[in-house]
Write a protein that binds this ligand. Structure first.
Ligand SMILES: O=C(O)CCC(=O)C(=O)O
Ligand SMILES: [Fe+2]
Length: 748
């Protein structure tokens, strides 16, 4: 990986595995549609089809209120920079975080300690206010019993692309984000169709709600780095815990679970001796389960069978789907309640000591012990949960425990334990039969050997299919690379051919006495210079479809005739005005244009030039950033950015230069940190502009020498500007321009 520096690894990992599991093509929220204003102050983008909605509420909290919340959170001293583990390496997350909830919160290698919700009464009452005043009137579920705080110290801090789909979080409840401090952007994209994206501006005091069944299964979100930001942003994300999952997880992975070891007398007969099949391993991995079973025999020290004590040798064939390295287990998908049930089903052989581990914690013992413990832990968990619950306004006693609630929960659990017991004993008998078959395969070869043969051939076929899939994948990557190379070669060959044809054509118009027999004619320099104008009767090119260029221009290029531009491209003009006009008025229309191979974005300097201050420069760069980010994320087209050139009407060139410098610097940084920005190419006209200026100023016979702030693009030349743009486009497509580079004013 080249683009991660201080990026958030774990989140990237999660997002990748998520997008693999999504059916592609299921477009749910059409981000090209504008946000609609439902209720005053509430902007919504929603889909009736899926019920998924993004809602944005502005000015929910005043600036003063925001500051109070930030200081309450900061005074807790809970914010810290967590480390995630990725491929056995530690990575500091690029932000500070704190988790408030009834349990610890764990995802991909990060375990966050659960702090007490009620320690932040202002946050709690802010949520209650939000619930009453914005969630309820907009039919958004008002549940939340935990919250995650993220603090982005400046624009270099970020949160990688991910979905909030940890099993700790109830997937039916909304994710509600309160933004405090510096404004940042959140990029929300559809999984499997990242072009369907929206960048939401999160102003201080605003609330963003991602809502709808399985929203997190369908979309990702991220807070990208933003070099324009120098101040801190704090976000508070309210969520609802998945209580069923949490209690089951606590029961099985709490270090408090102390489990007795079965008596030695019980430890003999049926032992799983074969290593698990590929299929079985995969099934266990999909459960997010790491189980290592250690075989007991009567000679071993039963009190510490999983320790590496010399008296308890762990035979290599006794490891069932085990993960030797505890950190690896953290990267399995998280456990759901069903997975836990399955896990309990797996714990059945009393002669096998099982060790369950997740997030670095482990528990071991038999199913029976787990069940007992489960009941106790769940009861305690519910009590703790209830006392930490953010009760809605109507509930007068935030600490009151609803006795029915607990009783009911326990009753439900007791019922499910009975069910589980029945399941376990059914599974036990199946397993015993299997174990017997396995053990006595020599004496009773008939049925078991059939099964195992079939299993074996199944495994083999599965392995073959796996090999096939991976080789197909490799081939695909190779072909893609080859194709890209071929494409650029075709481009080069095409432009070479055009050039040669032009040469031959112009040479043949030169008087015949320059030709010597069959020798190739020398091309006169004039002929090359004139080739643009000599295309009165162009021959049709049939090698390759032309690239479509969408020229987003401001008033400078009004006069420009796209037909005369180049043979290799078709150019469509779109008068977008300045970058802020483009951003605010035309972006959706532009993004909606089909089959564009490259945008050319002419950055007019107007919006900045009229009020040249440090803040307006920052704002200008920020707007350019949004504009460019949106264009880049909305398609895979290239983007040629034409940096500003002074325009008619008295622009002051030092300001333009200042702006060009800031934007260039910013783009250079972005290209290093964000791969998508490598599709961007810049055209800087200032070098040729300044040279034109020098020529004018030094020409003595000029009747009215122009001063720097009066020279404008008409003197500099529309033609030159277009030529520079053309060479920028050729560069973007790694194509050789048809004319010799030397005849063109090089870019500075
Ligand atoms: O900071 C934010 O607004 C979003 C944070 C987030 O998505 C998360 O921590 O899951
Ligand atoms: Fe998130």
């Amino acid at each position: 990986m080249t683009d991660h520096n201080d990026d958030d690894f774990s989140r990237k990992t999660r997002s990748r595995s998520n997008s693999l599991s999504t059916e592609s093509g299921a477009s749910i929220l059409d981000f090209s549609k504008p946000f609609t204003v439902d209720t005053p102050g509430c902007y919504r983008l929603s889909s009736a089809e899926s019920g998924c909605t993004i809602s944005l509420f502005h000015d929910v909290l005043s600036k003063h209120h925001c500051e109070l919340l930030i200081s309450e959170i900061e005074s807790q001293g809970t914010l810290q920079q967590y480390t995630s583990i990725h491929r056995n390496q530690n990575h500091l997350l690029p932000r500070l975080s704190a988790w408030y909830g009834p349990v610890d919160y764990a995802y991909s290698g990060v375990v966050m300690k659960g702090h007490t919700v009620t320690d932040c009464p202002r946050v709690v009452s802010a949520f209650q206010n939000m619930a009453a005043n914005i969630l309820e009137p907009n039919n958004i579920a008002q549940s939340a019993d935990c919250f995650l705080v993220n603090q982005y110290r400046n624009g270099r801090d970020s949160c990688g692309e991910h979905s909030d789909d940890e099993p700790e979080v109830d997937r039916f409840s909304p994710i509600i984000t309160l933004s405090l401090g510096q404004q940042r952007f959140m990029l929300i994209r559809e999984k499997g169709n990242p072009g369907n994206a929206v960048s939401v501006k999160l102003q201080p005091g605003s609330v963003l709600v991602m809502n709808g069944e399985n929203f997190q299964g369908k979309y990702t979100h991220q807070i990208p780095k933003d070099n324009v930001c120098s101040q801190a942003r704090t976000s508070v994300t309210f969520r609802t815990c998945n209580t069923g999952f949490l209690s089951a997880r606590n029961a099985l992975s709490s270090p408090l679970v102390s489990l007795s070891i079965p008596p030695a007398s019980a430890l003999k007969s049926h032992i799983l001796t074969s290593s698990p099949s590929v299929q079985e391993n995969r099934r266990r991995q999909s459960l997010g389960l790491s189980i290592s079973g250690v075989k007991f025999d009567q000679s071993s020290d039963v009190s510490s069978p999983t320790q590496s004590a010399p008296s308890s040798p762990a035979p290599s064939n006794s490891s069932i789907g085990s993960t030797k390295n505890p950190t690896e287990d953290a990267f399995f998908p998280p456990l759901s309640l069903e997975a836990m049930t399955e896990a309990i089903d797996l714990i059945k052989d009393k002669s096998v000591k099982l060790e369950l581990s997740r997030h670095g914690q482990s528990a071991s013992g038999t199913a029976l012990d787990c069940r007992k413990r489960l009941k106790k832990v769940v009861k305690a968990g519910y009590q703790r949960l209830a006392s930490n619950l953010l009760l809605p306004r109507s509930q007068p006693q935030p600490n009151a425990v609803e006795p029915d609630f607990i009783t009911n929960a326990i009753e439900t659990l007791e019922k499910s334990i009975v069910d589980l017991q029945a399941k376990i004993s059914a599974q036990n008998s199946v397993l015993q039969t299997l174990a017997l078959c396995n053990d006595s395969s020599k004496s009773k070869p008939s049925v078991p050997s059939d099964i195992s043969k079939e299993l074996n051939s199944f495994d083999k076929r599965l392995e073959k299919i796996e090999d096939l899939i991976s080789s197909i994948k490799e081939e695909q990557t190779e072909s893609a690379n080859l194709f890209a190379k071929l494409e650029s070669n075709v481009g080069k060959i095409q432009s070479d051919t055009t050039e040669t044809k032009e040469r031959v054509k112009s040479a043949s118009t030169v008087p015949s006495n320059t030709q010597r027999g069959n020798r190739k004619p020398k091309v006169p320099i004039n002929a090359q210079r004139n080739q643009e104008s000599s295309r009165t009767n162009p021959r049709p090119t049939h090698a390759k479809p032309k690239k479509k260029i969408l020229l987003l221009h401001d008033s400078q290029l009004n006069e420009f005739n796209p037909d005369s531009f180049s043979k290799a491209f078709t150019v469509e003009k779109f008068k977008a005005g300045s970058y802020t006009d483009l951003l605010n008025k035309h972006l959706r229309e532009v993004i909606g244009k089909p089959e564009v191979d490259s945008y050319v974005l002419q950055l007019g300097v107007n919006d900045y030039r009229y009020q040249s201050t440090e803040t307006s420069l920052k704002k200008a760069v920020e707007d350019c950033n949004s504009c460019i980010s949106k264009l880049l994320s909305s398609s895979s087209a290239k983007l040629v950015v034409v940096l500003p050139t002074p325009t008619p009407g008295g622009p002051i060139s030092s300001r333009t230069e200042e702006f060009v410098r800031a934007v260039t610097e910013f783009i250079t940084q972005k290209r290093q940190s964000d791969g998508t920005w490598r599709r961007l190419f810049t055209v800087n006209n200032l070098g040729s502009f300044n040279r034109a200026l020098q020529r004018l100023e030094s020409s003595e016979d000029s009747p009215n020498p122009l001063k720097s702030d009066k020279l404008h693009v008409s003197q500099y030349g529309l033609k030159k500007l277009c030529l520079n743009i053309k060479y920028g486009i050729y560069r973007a497509f790694s194509m050789k321009p048809p004319r010799k580079q030397a005849s063109v004013e090089p870019e500075s």
